[in-house]
Structure formats: C-alpha cells, structure tokens
Design a protein around this ligand. Structure first.
Ligand code: NAD
Ligand code: TDX
Length: 332
C-alpha cells in the first residue's frame, strides 16, 4: 500500500483530497496539520481510521517532519496560508508558512529521498486583461501581485531549485480557483452562500467584473492523483476546467439558485491590487495524463455546494460573525 503524508490535510482542498484518495485508491493517508483558523479536524470525520491517521503538528517543526517523511512514500504538500485578503492585512505568516515551511518540507524529502508533489496556484502568473483571449501556460512568466501569491511563487522556485540542485523527486501543479464543500467562509463563494442563508446581501468587490476560472475541488484532486501516479519529475502541470466567470455572474447564479432576486447584492470596497482575470490552459494535463474534469457545468457544482452549506450549518456557524466583522471593518 502506498502511504501519503498530506500536509494541510485538514483544510479545504487537503481534506477533500484525503476523502478522494480513500474513496478512489487503496493508499493510506497521514494528515499533518497545524489546525490554524483554516484547519478543522472535523473535515476528516467519517474517514476509515485503518487508512487515515491524523497528526496535529506544523511544517515549521523540522524534527517532526523528519520522522513523518521517513515513514511515508509520497509527500503531498498543501499546507499554506491561503487567503489573499489576509495576506494584505498581515503578510508575515505567509512568508513563514508558505516559504520557510516549504523549505522545511523540501529538506525532509531531500534527506529521505522521498517523492514530493507541491500544490500551488495560478496566481503566481499575475493576471490577464479582461479582454485578452490568452490563458496561463507553463511558460507564462511569474508575476505575482499579492503577498500570498508572491509567497506561493517563492515556494515554487524553491521546489524547482531542489529538483535541479539536489535531485529531489518532485512535481508541481498550479490550479485555478476551487469551490466545493468545506471551504472556509472567508472565501468568495461560501461567504456569499452563507450570507444569503443569513439574510445578508452578497458583497462584490468593486464593479464585480474580475474573472476567476472555477474548478470543483474533486476535479482538482483527481488531477493531483494523476500527477502523483504518472507526472514527470520536475514538471509543472496547470490544472483548470475552463470555468471562467466574472464575480458578478457567480453572485447572480448563487442568488438565483437560492431563490432570491438576482440583483440583491451590494458593491463594497475593492481589494488592493485586485487581479483582473485568471485563466488556465490545461491542455498538457489533458493530453499527457489523460485527465478530464467530471464537473462540466458550474451550475450543478454550485447547487451541490449550496446544499452542503445549508445542511452543514454547524460546520460554519461558529466562524460567521467574526469573519463578517473583519470584512465590515474594511468596508467589505
Ligand atoms: P486552507 O486555508 O483551507 O487550508 C490550509 C490548511 O493548511 C489548513 O488546514 C491549515 O491548518 C494548514 N496549515 C497552515 N499552516 C500550517 C503549518 N504551519 N503546518 C501544517 N499545516 C498548516 O487552504 P486551501 O484552499 O485548502 O488551499 C490548500 C493549498 O492549495 C494551498 O497551498 C493553496 O495555496 C493551494 N491552492 C488553493 C486554491 C484555492 O482555490 N483554494 C487554488 C489553487 C491552489
Ligand atoms: O466577499 C468577497 N467579494 C468578492 O468580490 C470576496 C471574499 C471575494 N471577492 C472577489 C475577489 C476575487 O476576485 O471574488 C474573487 C475570489 O476571491 P477569493 O475567494 O478570495 O479567491 P482568490 O483571491 O481568487 O484566490 C483563490 O484562488 C486561488 C484562493 O483563495 C487562493 O488560495 C488560490 O490560490
């Protein structure tokens, strides 16, 4: 049985990845997670304890990493500070976790000669103009805008340097915006869904014309598994599902699916340095690794995501008031 060490596996994508792996493969998973405000032990509830082990700890702890990496076949590295808005308010932890933390992961896999898959974001490429037909590809130059995306860009560079200089056996992926169950309610889609449930009008930054390339989290995770299975060492795979929509379209869709008038939203202060548009060309992933997404229509994915937040109010209720108070203080 292949054993995976999944850093950040109690967060949104990592916990859905652990579920996906247990459902679709016979691998065993150990989650290493520091349980920051974004991590939640309950995200792993119901998973078979014979195949899923949880370790509460940090990638900032080299001795712990050393022990755990020695005992596993593959490290799948999700752990990060992940929210752009938070990186504008307090960038230091983004440097610590995303850059220095990735350094510790790299040193551990180097020490033990283990395979690594590093999870990153399309935001490392900066943004595209709204009227530009281009998409991001493997050869798009790095040009990050926010402290978050700059810290992820730095972590990608470290991984490539460890591959080239030290022969570390790593692959990388840069994915577009994920949506689905268990995403923290600070993020755009779950914030608006839980706002509508609470009778609060959705909040659009600026004019709401910024474009994101949405992918269901299960499609991201099936792509990650293909790369872990068959990806070429040292290669970068861009993951996306041709899901471009502007923020206003997404809010209108959420309102419609939740039975509200589609103009029942507010415009609020824009994000500083707000990237205009992201779009992924995932042709190499589709062609080389024969991957394709299961969610071809965002409406179906959004409907099931809305159902999940309606059914799992206990999961998000505790964080709602503080999350909204933080945004309100910034006029957002
Ligand atoms: P998240 O914030 O929901 O989860 C991050 C997890 O990492 C949390 O469980 C947190 O407790 C854990 N963590 C933070 N610091 C840690 C530390 N020092 N040691 C161990 N664990 C720690 O984030 P997410 O949206 O699930 O993103 C996961 C990864 O995917 C990140 O690397 C992110 O950059 C990347 N990514 C996210 C998206 C997206 O749309 N959400 C898109 C592309 C890439
Ligand atoms: O209330 C809001 N209103 C709004 O208009 C919020 C929270 C966001 N927005 C806008 C900002 C973005 O244009 O919605 C878009 C999506 O915002 P986020 O959910 O914060 O995502 P984004 O900044 O695009 O980054 C996400 O995708 C790439 C993830 O958070 C990152 O971890 C990932 O790397």
């Amino acid at each position: 049985m292949t054993t995976l060490l999944v850093t950040g596996g109690a967060g949104f994508i990592g916990s859905n990845f652990a579920r996906w792996v247990l459902d679709h493969t016979d691998a065993g998973v150990t989650v290493l997670d520091a349980l920051t405000y974004a991590g939640n032990r309950a995200n792993l509830d119901g998973l078979d304890p014979a195949r899923l082990n949880f370790v509460h700890g940090s990638i900032a702890d080299p001795a712990l990493l050393d022990d755990l990496v020695a005992d596993h076949d593959v490290v799948v590295h999700f752990a990060a500070e992940s929210h752009n808005d938070n990186s504008l308010d307090g960038p230091a932890i983004f440097v610590e976790t995303n850059i220095v933390g990735t350094y510790h992961v790299l040193q551990a896999v180097r020490q033990h000669g283990k395979r690594l898959h590093h999870i990153s974001t399309d935001e490392v490429y900066g943004d595209l103009e709204l009227d530009d037909p281009a998409k991001f590809t493997r050869t798009t130059p790095y040009n990050p805008s926010s402290p978050y995306s700059a810290s992820k860009a730095a972590s990608d560079h470290l991984v490539r340097a460890w591959v080239r200089s030290f022969g570390v056996q790593a692959t990388l992926s840069n994915c577009s915006n994920n949506y689905g169950p268990r995403q923290h309610i600070e993020k755009f889609i779950p914030r608006q869904i839980t706002n509508v449930i609470d009778g609060i009008r959705p909040k659009l930054y600026g004019a709401g014309l910024n474009v994101r390339d949405w992918i269901h989290v299960d499609d991201h995770n099936s792509a990650l598994w293909r790369i872990i299975e068959a990806g070429r060492i040292g290669e970068t795979y861009l993951i996306g599902a041709d899901g471009e929509k502007n923020n206003r379209e997404i809010v209108e869709l959420i309102l419609e699916l939740m039975g509200q008038p589609t103009d029942a939203y507010d415009h609020v202060n824009d994000r500083a340095g707000h990237d205009l548009r992201y779009a992924i060309d995932a042709a190499p992933l589709r062609d080389e690794l024969a991957w394709s997404p299961q969610y071809s229509d965002i409406v179906d994915g959004l409907r099931s995501t809305i159902d999940w937040y309606r059914t799992n109010e206990d999961w998000w209720r505790g964080a709602k008031q503080a999350t909204e108070a933080k945004y309100a203080a910034k006029g957002q």
